[in-house]
Design a protein around this ligand. Structure first.
Ligand code: SAH
Length: 277
């Protein structure tokens, strides 16, 4: 019997390679695409929610990429210990500088040493509060490395040694840095061109102009006796834009006096002026 002519499998055609199959089957990488490297004891937590919806699609398309780096194999001894008791006593455990250092050194391979292009970040309640401006700065770089803490955190010396920037999600304490890392990556990745699809929505939403977003409505036009504001159904685009700006300003003034003052200062306006609507 003669061998049948091999069928073409297109992109998946079989070729000799020393690489294991699962490494070759990863999502396509667009050259120079923004990349997040995440040092964590829980690499299975990634991509997590980042694998869903728009960020997930963009990840599949290679518009950005994610490299979890498992901290455990860098650990010491049979049990791959990564932590030890805090110097000076006290509760909890601290991630060791030498172990975390080895993981950060591995993460640094192939990345620019210029921290402006590639920030190295420790998610930490002591850090500067994460905000939209920071997300914009991160999106403009080539990528970043995130260190997720666990237990009481990490040995201070490793933060100094690697020029690590500390970033906080807010004034509360999480159990680990993984959820914070996902929030930071999500907010950053959606500012990368083509990730959101509709780029206007990134320009109009909360914080992009220093204001909170105006209220949104959709069908049904009447629900539980509540109507959609008439102006939004008028088709009058200029009036709708005015109404939305007015609402955004009013909401910001009411809810976030700090943002409102900054907005007024940037636009030469009196923060105490009356909001007529
Ligand atoms: N002992 C530390 C808290 C450790 S919580 C302190 O009091 O500052 C364990 C880990 O969760 C931290 O190392 C950090 O990576 C992460 N984490 C906790 N709260 C966070 C927050 N608000 N923002 C970002 N990361 C946080």
């Amino acid at each position: 019997m003669t061998e049948p002519k091999p069928k073409s499998h297109g992109r998946l055609s079989i070729s000799a390679s020393s690489k294991p199959r699962d490494l070759m089957d990863g999502p396509p990488r667009v050259k120079g695409a923004w990349m997040a490297k995440v040092v964590t004891l829980f690499p299975d937590a990634f991509p997590g929610t980042l694998g869903l919806s728009l960020t997930g699609k963009a990840l599949d398309m290679g518009l950005w990429s994610l490299v979890p780096i498992d901290l455990r194999p860098f650990g010491e001894g049979r049990h791959k210990n990564v932590d030890d008791n805090p110097a000076g006593g006290g509760a909890g455990m601290v991630l060791r500088a030498d172990i975390v250092g080895k993981a950060l050194a591995e993460a640094a391979i192939g990345t620019p040493s210029d921290r402006a292009r590639w920030p190295v970040i420790y998610l930490s309640p002591r850090g500067r509060r994460f905000d939209q401006a920071m997300a914009r700065r991160f999106a403009q770089g080539d990528g970043l490395t995130l260190l997720c803490g666990r237990f009481e955190g990490v040995d201070e010396r490793v933060l100094e040694q690697f020029g690590v920037e500390e970033v906080s999600l807010g004034d509360f304490v999480l159990t680990g840095g993984e959820i914070a890392a996902q929030a930071l990556i999500d907010a950053t990745v959606r500012l990368i061109p083509r990730v959101l699809g509709n780029h206007e929505s990134a320009e109009e939403e909360s914080f992009s102009e220093g204001l909170l977003e105006f209220p949104q409505y959709t069908r049904p036009t009447l629900w539980e006796g509540r109507a959609i504001p008439e102006i939004l159904l008028s088709g009058h685009h200029a009036k709708i834009a005015d109404w939305r700006r007015g609402m955004a300003e009013r909401l910001t003034k009411e809810r976030r006096p700090d943002l409102w003052r900054a907005y007024c200062a940037a636009h030469g306006r009196d923060p105490d002026e009356d909001q007529e609507l």
